[in-house]
Design a protein around this ligand. Structure first.
Ligand SMILES: C[S@@+](CC[C@H](N)C(=O)[O-])C[C@H]1O[C@@H](n2cnc3c(N)ncnc32)[C@H](O)[C@@H]1O
Length: 301
């Protein structure tokens, strides 16, 4: 990715303003680079704000919420899909001390920087970060205890391919945990439905969400079941994600300083609107599921 400021500006304009120019997830994250609104880390997630009062703490809390959903512990060999700059892996290595974390990420610049950060944090013996896709895992069957995807699976082509791959690489009895963005069920009120469509459409088009991944909670459950998972639990945490983040950023506009100037403008406009409208179409879920211990086979596998 070019570091020439003019080229970057043109790329931002093309991404944000050109409705016919769809970037794939890796190109979007190459463009965004390290422009996260965090103060200390480089997280790219929206955070779990139940008890947090900063972007860093909320991002840590979301990572821990996923670790809890997956019951991450010291015996586990974990596969982390879409690890961003590796903040979550450093956190889990320190707090949950799993046997090993293998990470897969399609954005090359993130992989390079995340590896350096993991080494600097002194956890490289436990964390092995690789360039690769969650939909084509370079791992043998039944080789990990837990697969996690922290705010990443909505990008995958497709999320259901990821579920099948996760099922394949998990040992019998292994777990899957995700924090994920899906659409809200359609409202009965016509004006609300319109707001939902606009809100979802903007996020889906700018953040490379394939149409195959557009389903609400019952669809998510069915996709997990079709892939062979059981003991499925899906919790919406949207009330602890979108509005609190919105209020926090509105109260701390300095957190937007790391954004590229072209991205700051729509971010400020968004923060000037009411969160009920901006996020009307967006649900935010934490999902957990288990691969059966008995030797059943995923449909079509
Ligand atoms: C919203 S960011 C979240 C990053 C990180 N989990 C965090 O919480 O800071 C989404 C991440 O998913 C990664 N990603 C997108 N598609 C992917 C794929 N098919 N396989 C693996 N990673 C992918 C992106 O490169 C990016 O790191």
């Amino acid at each position: 990715m070019s570091t020439n400021p003019l080229v970057r500006t043109l790329r931002y304009l093309n991404w944000l303003c050109n409705p016919w120019h769809g970037l794939d997830a890796a190109r979007i994250y190459e463009l965004l680079a390290t422009s996260s609104p965090t103060e200390h880390g480089l997280y790219l997630n929206l955070g779990f704000w139940q008890h947090a009062n900063s972007v860093d703490l909320a991002s840590d809390a979301l990572a821990m919420r996923v670790a809890e959903a997956g019951r991450m512990d010291s015996d586990d060999r974990v596969l982390d899909c879409g690890f961003g700059f590796g903040d979550q892996d450093i956190l889990w290595a320190r707090r949950c001390r799993p046997r090993q974390i293998i990470g897969l990420n399609v954005t090359e610049s993130q992989v390079a920087l995340a590896r350096r950060r993991v080494a600097e944090a002194g956890v490289a013996d436990c964390v092995d970060l690789r360039h690769g896709s969650a939909t084509d895992m370079p791992l043998p069957d039944a080789s990990v205890d837990l697969v996690v995807a922290l705010e990443s699976a909505f990008h995958y082509r497709t999320r259901e391919h990821f579920f099948r791959e996760a099922w394949r690489v998990l040992r019998p009895g292994g777990r899957l945990a995700t924090a994920d963005i899906i659409p809200m069920p359609a409202a009965t009120d016509r004006r609300m439905r319109r707001r939902q469509r606009i809100s979802w459409g903007l996020v889906a088009s700018k953040f490379a969400i394939p149409t195959e991944n557009v389903y609400t909670q019952p669809g998510y459950r069915s996709a997990l079941e079709r892939s062979g998972f059981e003991s499925i639990r899906i919790d919406s945490i949207r009330e602890q994600v979108y509005a609190p983040l919105h209020h926090h950023l509105r109260a701390h506009p300095e957190r937007l300083q790391r954004l590229h100037p072209i991205a700051r403008l729509p971010a400020r406009m968004t923060l000037g609107s009411r969160p009920e409208s901006v996020y009307a179409g967006l649900d935010y879920i934490v999902a957990e599921a288990t691969k059966p211990s008995t030797d059943t086979t995923a449909e079509g596998a």
